[in-house]
Structures are given as C-alpha cells and as structure tokens.
Design a protein around this ligand. Sequence first.
Ligand code: SDX
Length: 429
Amino acid sequence: MESKLKQSGAVSLDGVEFPVYSGTHGQDVIDIRSLGKQLDKFTFDPGYTSTASCESQITYIDGDEGILLYRGYPIDQLAEQSDFIETAYLLLHGELPTPDGLTDFRDNITYHTMVHEHFKNFFNGFRRDAHPMAVMCGAVGALSAFYHDSTDIHDPEHRNIAVHRMIAKMPTIAAMAHKYNVGQPFVFPRNDLSYTENFLQMCFSVPAEEYEINKIAASALDKIFILHMDHEQNASTSTVRLAGSSGANPFACIAAGIACLWGPAHGGANEAALRMLMEIGTVDRIPEYIKRAKDKDDPFRLMGFGHRVYKNYDPRASVMKKATNEVLDALELKDPIFAVAKELERIALEDEYFVQKKLYPNIDFYSGITLRALGFPTDMFTALFALARTVGWIAQWQEMLSDPNQKIGRPRQIYTGAARRDFVPMNQR
Ligand code: SDX
C-alpha cells in the first residue's frame, strides 16, 4: 500500500508540535507517535473511541451521515448491482474487475473450495451440539496445520494463495459446521455453482434427493454477504490486524477474528437480536423491553441497536430491511417476528432515550429474520457473518502487511496498581 497521508497542519501540546494529516474523507488525524518520547506521556483512549489505529484505503464510514463506502463505492449500489465475488475482488484489489479479471478471480476461488480430506477428522472431536462459532474458531485455526505452503507472510505468492484459500474455504467449513450440528453428511462443493449458490447447496442438500437452488434465496444471501464484508477497524478486524502484526500466519489471524466476532456486542448480535425478538414475541410486549433497555440497573440492551460509529441509521440496516421484506414476500412467508421488529424499531426511534443517545438499528437487527426465512438455524447466523467478513479481514490483513508504517501493535497503559514494595515472607503476614 502506498501511503496517501497529506499533512494539512499541526497542533501544539506543551510547546511541542504534532503533525495533522488529512485523508480522502472523514476526520483529520493528529500524529502522536512521538508523544511518548517528546512529552513522556501517553494518550488515554479505552475502546479506541478517538484513535485511528492505521491508514486504510479499503472502507470508509461516515457515522453521522450513515454512509458506508467500499473502495469509494456506496454499499447500497454494490448490494443492488454487484455480487459477492465481484465485491470481494474490489475489496482486495481496490478497483472493479475487468471481465477477464473477474473470471480469473472467480475460477481461482472456485478451485480452492475443497478442504483436505483429513480435515473432516477435526469435527469428530466436537460434541454434536457444539456452537458453529466454536467449530469455526477451531477449524479455521487448524488450516495452518494443512497449508504450510501459504503461511510465509513475507512471500507475496504465499500471501496471495492464502487470501484465495481463506475466501474459498470459509463457506465449506461453515457448511460443514452446520451439517455436523444437524447430523447430516458433509456435502462437497460444486464448481458449476456461484459462490453463494454453492454455499446453500453445501448447507441444505442431502444425498437422498436432488437439491434445487432457490434463486431468490441465493440472491438475498449474496446481498447479505456483501453488506457484511468489511467495516473499517471494527473489533474483529482490529483483532486480525493485531494478530497479523506479530507475523502470525493468515489462518491463525482469521481464527482470532472469528473469536472476537462471536461476542454479542459485535457479530454475535444477529443471533442475540433474533432471540430477543422471539422472546418479546408479540407487539404488546415491546414497551416492557424498551423500559428494560433504558434501565441503567438492567444489563438488558436492545440487541441490533446502537453502534460505536453510526449515530444515524446504519445504511446496511436499510438494505437489510428491504431485503427481508423481499424475501418474505417472494417466499410467501409471514413471519410475525418481522412485524415485532418493525414495531420495535418504530417505537424505539420515537423514544427520547434512543433519540438522545442516537441509537438506531444496525445491520444485526434485521439480518436474523432474513437468515431464518432462508432456513438457517439461529446459531449459524454469526458463522455467516464470519464467512462474509473473512473478505474484509483478509483484505485488511493484506493491506496491513504492505503498509510502510506497519509494526507490531503494542498499546501502552496507565498503571494505577500498588506502588513498588518488597516481598513479605509467610511468617510475617
Ligand atoms: C456490529 O464496529 C463495527 O463496525 C461493528 C459492526 C461491523 O460491521 O463490524 O458494525 C457489527 O458489531 C454491530 C453492533 C452489534 N451489537 C449490538 O447490536 C449489541 C447492542 N449494541 C450495544 O451493545 C452498543 O450499542 C454497541 C456495543 C454496539 C456500541 O457500544 P458503544 O459505542 O460502546 O456505546 P456505549 O455502550 O457507550 O453506549 C452509549 C450509550 C450508553 O448509555 P450511557 O452509558 O451513555 O447512559 O447508549 C446506551 C448505553 O447504555 N446503549 C444502549 C444500546 N446501545 C448503547 N442502550 C440500550 N440498548 C442498546 N442497544
């Protein structure tokens, strides 16, 4: 990656000047790398609410305007006009592909979708009811035990193979986690299907009968995957970058990202949001849950609401809500939970607490309803998020390794523990 930071000014602190850089869009940054040396002080920013951890050219979010761009292209245009493979190419290479470039990339991914035959043995170690995210953490980390020819992160060819392998194998592994859960045989990938159609058949086809791809389901899922692909330096992407900064191999880094994404405050929110909607059950019970969400003494939060960056409507939630409507109509499904979700959104967006705190639905609020309509069990929702986010994780990992400013990540702290003291022998305590 070639740095495109432009110095646009400076700020002075205790008489020391620190450069200010401007990017293409968004807030300027103050370069405080020399703060420790010059002022013998650190910044203090738990949760990194005001900290830019890196320069990136992949994704941009404007939280106030509710804007999300992948390599400059608005997310709603990509969701409506592109597909998973083309958007994955865009995130990795920075430009939309030519027809030949897209064909080569699509074929490369297609021909890496199988996993090593011995890989299946890993699954037998899990209980049948293991959460798919537990399986994904273990299985993806184990890939580094199989593909030694693509773990040398300093070899561009190894990095390139690892990028394609990771994107190609995630659907196969996610589908295997699902099949293991439901006690059905694993289904091999098929090279005659699109990325998303292939994933659906690996999840839902059974040897006992022909499987017919539902084009509406495939199109909706492809859109959902695009919406989940990348999102700047969110918790799991930052985890992947931090793991990668130590030189860990790409499979281990993605496994670390999966572990972080699993949390209900992050990618686990789509599963938690649907469970919450099912617990609410009917529109008349919504006020009780709104009250609980506002009660400081109650740990309950409205899952699928709020965001660290979006202080306006998450643009992905808008596309998601529309897709949910389309899928339910097209599949002629009436899901009472969708009515609860829409009413909960309406009430929350009129409530002073949510308005004042700028809490809007995020991508996880509606995604669960669509995934359930497509036939996925609730505990597979975050695994699907991980499948899609693997593109963003591996694109950011690749960018991090090529960043001229990259070094191992190692935050500092402010220490407020016990002052230095001598050990006290047991007989004096
Ligand atoms: C994802 O970072 C990303 O980009 C993530 C993601 C991605 O694509 O990678 O977008 C995916 O993780 C989406 C978010 C999914 N999580 C949820 O839906 C879980 C519910 N949301 C909350 O846990 C919360 O909103 C967070 C974690 C998403 C954001 O938390 P912040 O930015 O740390 O905000 P906060 O917790 O400081 O909340 C600010 C205030 C607090 O009240 P006060 O302490 O100021 O009085 O808003 C309140 C919170 O109590 N609040 C909520 C709330 N979310 C925040 N109150 C009720 N319900 C909620 N959902």
